[in-house]
Design a protein around this ligand. Structure first.
Ligand code: ATP
Ligand code: MG
Length: 325
């Protein structure tokens, strides 16, 4: 990143996680908005912090950025407690929609923020660099009031970048944008990641996290549901696969599975397998051994297996399953 060596910041401990939350909690009166949250963001991660509305994402990010104090627990940044002076010097980001002066240009908004940050040297080149990265170099002198929602969001990211962070914290960076605006911001996040930034972003869209992130934590009502590599979490959410089973003799198949295997016959649609009559389709959840024993019993007993099709719950259904009680 530009000017990094001249930034005068303490060198980062190599190998330390970029961010750790340890038992992080926030209560508002009797209400627990965030409860004993533990998670680890490694250097280089694009880390998705996923949860439905009101689950505690912004509250957590406020604690990470030092805007509110935790009720309990700890935020560690590059292996230093956030309470140590200077611990947040390599972190920048924003919560919810950051405000700008609408009657000032994007350039002048950033210039004021840089000044407020105590930055006096090389400000112009820093601003040019940040505006270039977020694709606003050509609009820097326009009033922010004339910016689209997507441009304002990219200006917000630029305002974090002028602090030259190693760890960028973004609260729902695509919220309220149209599909083109979302794509621009996602492309920007990918570019920043490719430049070596570690990025922690919240979202309520599983599909977005799936497109952008390598690791993910899912929270619901302030509590961690699951954390891990994206693929693992999606698999965990999908749970044991269910199948649509089509045989030449559904009644006999049902009876055999119930008496000879630990498979369960489920109610449910035969959506996705419409080429067979619904009464011929059994929706099953096989037991521990998976689908193998199911097929074996049927074949041994001379019941013809015409189709065995895994049923993949959609991403949104997967997310709902995770965050439901
Ligand atoms: N200052 C506060 N005082 C009281 N309750 C609060 C305060 N801030 C947040 N809360 C409550 O804490 C819970 C979590 O809020 P938070 O804004 O962190 O959720 P979120 O996951 O960011 O939601 P959204 O997706 O809507 O942005 C909500 O029930 C909210 O009403
Ligand atoms: Mg929020």
């Amino acid at each position: 990143m530009a000017g990094k060596s001249a930034s005068g910041k303490a060198p980062l401990e190599s190998g330390a996680p970029a961010l750790r939350l340890l038992g992080l909690s926030k209560r508002f009166g009797n209400f627990a908005a965030v409860e004993r949250l533990d998670l680890t963001v490694r250097k280089g991660d694009v880390y998705g912090f996923l949860g439905p509305n009101g689950s505690g994402k912004s509250t957590t990010i406020r604690m990470i950025l030092g805007l509110i104090r935790p009720s309990a627990g700890e935020v560690r940044i590059f292996d230093r407690p956030s309470t140590v002076p200077g611990a947040r010097e390599n972190v920048a980001g924003f919560v919810e929609a950051p405000g700008f002066y609408e009657y000032l240009s994007g350039w002048n908004n950033l210039r004021m923020l840089a000044a407020a940050d105590g930055r006096s040297r090389d400000v112009a080149s820093l601003l040019r660099w940040a505006l270039e990265i977020v694709g606003l170099a050509g609009r820097a002198n326009d009033r922010v009031g004339a910016y689209s929602q997507g441009m304002k969001q990219r200006l917000a990211i630029a305002s974090a970048l002028i602090r030259q962070p190693e760890l960028l914290i973004l609260d729902e960076p695509t919220n309220g944008l149209d599909p083109a605006g979302m794509r621009d911001v996602r492309d920007l996040i990918r570019r920043l990641s490719a430049e070596g930034l570690t990025i922690f972003l919240s979202s309520h869209l599983l599909a977005e996290v799936e497109q952008l992130c390598n690791r993910v934590a899912v929270i619901s009502r302030g509590r961690l549901i699951v954390e891990g590599d994206l693929r693992e979490v999606v698999e965990h959410a999908r749970g044991r696969l269910e199948y649509h089973l089509v045989t030449g003799d559904p009644a006999r198949a049902r009876q055999l599975l119930e008496s000879r295997t630990d498979a369960m016959i489920l109610d449910g649609s035969s959506e996705g397998i419409e080429s067979f009559a619904p009464q011929d389709v059994l929706r099953i959840s096989p037991g521990e051994g998976g689908a193998g024993p199911v097929v074996k019993v049927l074949v041994e007993e001379g019941v013809e297996v015409l189709a065995l099709v895994p049923v993949h719950p959609g991403l949104e259904e997967t997310f709902l399953r995770l965050t439901e009680d």
